[in-house]
Design a protein around this ligand. Structure first.
Ligand code: AMP
Ligand code: MG
Length: 486
């Protein structure tokens, strides 16, 4: 066995019913597409070792690193509102946990690593496209400073994957603060496994929210911590035009990280009701629904841990309700803060929300590009704003209002530009760019992916040589639908 890091596998030490221990399934011809060297270093791994044949064998699941205790986690969840009592890692294994001085404890998971007892009808595998997409988008998210799971590596397996066509198999090494989901709690609640539920809640507190331990009501605090983290996370998504696409309760991380990059997308032209996912026919996970759905998901979490929230049903419900009711205002405050910064506002004024909504309305009416509009507003004199609006009837009066509002700020023009540029990215992982990189990847050419990763790693910089990656897609390039990453 190869030693790549010191593993300390707390989840594997939880009782048997929490997981199924099994190794990944070996693949025929693993090749490294991409290693995230900066992240590897932060985790305390040796880059040269991970790039060697031994390292690649680990990233492909052909060898186990010393100290790893691979397992598939059990969980349940509501998918598009429908209760599924058992989901679980059907195509992933947790290799274990690594404790790094820089990042703290992190799960190291292989996704696409072969069938498990939770695979149901699936093959346990992933094809190259979704692996590339998750790698690119999750790393872009991290560079935008939005909480997210990370991508450590992507390998191809040398094996065919049968979907609607035959596609090359791939495996992503995912790094997370933890893979606990709302659905993990629902799994135990649904089985009326009170001991399991308490163990899980104590585990989550120890690992993610240790301050809760010192409070009079640790589980109420756990719920509040998860509510706070979701309110912040979704507000940040809204600030970059991100649509998650599958906010099922099994895809809601207790740690508050963005997890599960399936049919997700960053919006080009703005519309509040935009949906990309081809399977989201009712628009349940549309852009503007995300806060409502987050709230709903948190209700499911509260319900799952209800037995821990009070000695009587009545008391527990009252506690749960009081915490859950804090979500709308927490979210609203986080959202306003995000958009105040995007508009260069430091002071708070009562009419700020009206101002933000006025801009969003103008963008909607004209189909203006979300990212480029904010970036254009950031520049001195807003010199590019005209390119974003065909029709200026809404935006011109709005600009007058906004400039009046800026007069009442202490920031001078330079400071405002600086603040706004730090909150309005020039570069986001637009779907048409990702699709192009996948097309090239299918031909064995990963230079496009490499370039995207480079450019998206500095999203707030101007990067004059890369303006082609800043532009909105042309009508012919535009992608309107995304597909689940299976
Ligand atoms: P997701 O849509 O990725 O959140 O996955 C939902 C559930 O389906 C999880 O339990 C996954 O492990 C499982 N799943 C998705 N794709 C596959 C696959 N190809 N093989 C086995 N299980 C899968
Ligand atoms: Mg999932």
């Amino acid at each position: 066995m190869i030693n790549i890091a010191k593993f300390d596998n707390t989840y594997a030490r939880l009782p048997e019913r929490f997981h199924v221990k099994l190794p990944p399934t070996a693949v025929s011809d693993p090749r490294l597409i991409k290693l995230n060297e900066a992240l590897a270093v932060k985790l305390g791994f040796d880059v040269a070792q991970l790039k060697s044949d031994d390292g690649i064998a680990i990233l492909a699941g052909n060898e186990l690193p010393e100290g790893s205790e691979p397992l598939a986690m059990a969980y349940a969840g509501q998918q598009f509102g429908n209760w599924v009592p058992q989901l679980g890692d059907g195509r992933a294994v947790l290799l274990g946990e690594v404790v790094s001085p820089k990042l703290g404890r992190r799960d190291i998971q292989l996704k696409g690593s072969g069938p498990t007892p939770f695979s149901r009808m699936g093959d346990g595998r992933a094809w190259l496209g979704p692996v590339m997409r998750e790698y690119i988008v999750s790393e872009a998210m991290a560079a935008l400073d939005i909480p997210t799971t990370r991508a450590l590596a992507a390998v191809t397996t040398g094996e065919d994957i049968v979907r609607e066509e035959i596609l090359p198999g791939a495996i992503l090494t995912r790094v997370a603060k933890s893979h606990l989901r709302v659905g993990t709690f629902q799994y135990f609640a649904a089985r009326r496994d009170a001991d399991g539920l308490k163990l899980l809640a104590d585990y989550a507190i120890d690992r993610l929210y240790p301050d809760c331990k010192n409070s009079d009501h640790p589980y109420k605090n756990l719920l509040q911590s998860v509510v706070n983290a979701q309110a912040y996370l979704v507000a940040r998504w809204m600030g970059v035009g991100f649509i998650h696409g599958v906010m099922n309760t099994d895809n809601v991380s207790i740690a508050g990280e963005t997890i599960d990059y399936g049919p997700c997308a960053f919006m080009d032209d703005f519309h509040p009701d935009r949906v990309f996912s081809s399977i989201d026919q009712t628009g349940r996970y549309a852009f503007s629904n995300q806060p409502k759905i987050a709230h709903w998901n948190l209700v499911q979490f509260a319900q799952a841990i209800l037995s821990l929230l009070g000695d009587t049903q009545e008391e527990a419900v009252a506690v749960a309700q009081s915490v859950i009711d804090s979500f709308p205002s927490l979210y609203h405050e986080a959202w306003l803060n995000v958009f105040r910064s995007k508009l260069g506002l430091v002071n708070m004024e009562g009419e700020d929300e009206v101002l933000v909504n006025g801009l969003l309305k103008a963008m909607t009416n004209d189909g203006a590009d979300f990212t480029l509009t904010f970036r254009a507003l950031s520049s001195e004199n807003q010199r590019n704003i005209g390119q974003q609006f065909q029709n200026r009837t809404d935006i011109d009066p709005w600009l007058v209002e906004w400039k009046e509002r800026l007069q009442r700020e202490e920031l001078d023009a330079d400071e405002r530009v600086k603040l706004m540029n730090a909150h309005n990215p020039a570069f986001i992982p637009r779907t048409h760019l990702i699709e192009q990189s996948i097309k090239d990847g299918l031909l064995g050419d990963f230079a496009t992916m490499e370039r995207l990763l480079q450019v998206f790693s500095k999203p707030f910089d101007d990067q004059p040589k890369n303006t082609d990656l800043m532009s909105a897609p042309s009508a012919g390039e535009q992608v309107r639908y995304t597909f689940c990453g299976t």
